[in-house]
Design a protein around this ligand. Sequence first.
Ligand code: 4FV
Length: 256
Amino acid sequence: MRFDVITLFPDFLRQCADIGVVGRARERGLVQVEAWNPRDYAGGNYRRVDERPFGGGPGMLMLIEPLRACIAAARADGGPAPPAVPLIHLSPQGERLTQATVRRLAALPRLLLLCGRYEGIDERLVAREVDEEISIGDYVLSGGELAAAVLIDAIGRLQEGALNDVGSAAQDSFEDGLLDCPHYTRSESEGTTGVPEVLLSGDHAAIRRWRRQQSLGRTWLRRPDLLARATLGKEDRALLDAFRRDWLAARKLPGS
Ligand code: 4FV
């Protein structure tokens, strides 16, 4: 998977992609990150990349010309980029990023990521060049770089061979539309205090059921919106009903 990132802060992106799982995936040649600075494509003595907005108002906007030239250069690098390489603009106006979107994008060979700064980008550039707008959340960042780094990390770790244990991606939160179950490990100070007995039982079928029940229960408690979208089988419904009963009973609430 190759990422070409259009950003006024190329070093930041290169560093982000140099650590942890994505850093290792780069070493293994599974992920490539190229960063392109629109300022390198800005004309004039001052190499302006921003200007005041028409209609007045606070802040500055990114100019069309440096961005268009920069995008064209990135597209042309490494041989003619098949037109199918989507240009994704990271923006609060975009579709909210989900694991399903990450999985879809992770199947592509190459992505161009456009990072805005200031108040954003001239809409005509977005309308003409951008294939998809993605938001990482309903809050405002000072630039799209952190959002691009989030996308590179979420997609990079799904590249075949990026994770040492292929199973770990499969049990991720949201992989099946549910939150993940709690996890416990060795502790000098705590020993096995507070560790659910079943996890120490060696009974893998019971462990699998407990973990599934915890995923269902947590999703019911914390993200009922996700549960509403999840398809639950007969066993799942029985596990969730039992969880709800225990949870309500423990709090002496009706419905137990
Ligand atoms: C953002 C987000 C985000 C808006 C103006 C960059 C900033 C500035 N990107 N998800 N939330 N972008 O806040 O993706 O140019």
